[in-house]
Design a protein. Structure first.
Length: 189
């Protein structure tokens, strides 16, 4: 059975709009797929450990990652050689998140979390130097992303399947319209 994990972005959760749209889509269109939208720990090493545990014993897998979840999906896809669909993925997230060190409160999960310099060091260490199998990636980018520079993803994922839409924003405007493309890339349709 195909196993697909959805990995949310920084300070997000399985309750985000994209996660909920993706969950509803896969449950409706592909009920026999083992689909899970995870709630990831804020510490990157712990997040990767959770993802690996979820994938233990599974060979037929695909990942969907948004923003920082796209970075984590890349780390796992490089390890496992699986397909990964990335929505406005974070490239070198330690360079963006270092501006946000401190303590935060997540209103959906109702918990505090810390963004630390050690986490930035971990993210820098985890980042694959280069993508080994670009054909394993589908990138969905919008040029209007106000959080991440889409051009970094164009360069880092050179050779991948890339869809660049003009305008939009970091949330990826029109995401629901891309779900069938994502399913097809995950080799479901």
């Amino acid at each position: 059975m195909k196993k697909i994990l959805y990995l949310h972005g920084f300070a997000s959760s399985s309750q985000s709009e994209k996660a909920q749209l993706t969950t509803a889509f896969f449950r409706r269109q592909y009920p026999k797929v083992d689909f899970t939208a995870l709630d990831l720990p804020y510490e990157p090493v712990s997040a990767l450990q959770l993802i690996r545990r979820q994938l233990d014993g599974s060979d037929d897998i695909a990942l969907i990652g948004s923003s920082l979840g796209g970075f984590l999906a890349t780390c796992i896809a490089e390890e496992r050689g699986c397909r990964a669909c990335l929505i406005n993925p974070a490239v070198a997230p330690h360079k963006v998140l270092h501006q946000h060190l401190g303590r935060y409160y997540h209103p959906v999960l109702q918990q505090h979390f810390d963004v630390t310099a050690q986490q930035m060091h971990s993210l820098a260490q985890l980042m694959p130097e280069r993508i080994q199998q670009p054909e394993n990636y589908l990138l969905l980018l919008q040029s209007g992303d106000e959080v991440l520079d889409y051009r970094l993803a164009l360069d880092y994922y050179r050779g991948a399947n890339i869809t660049l839409r003009e305008g939009g924003d970091h949330s990826y405007v029109g995401y629901a319209g891309e779900l069938q493309t994502i399913a097809h890339f995950c080799q479901l349709a």
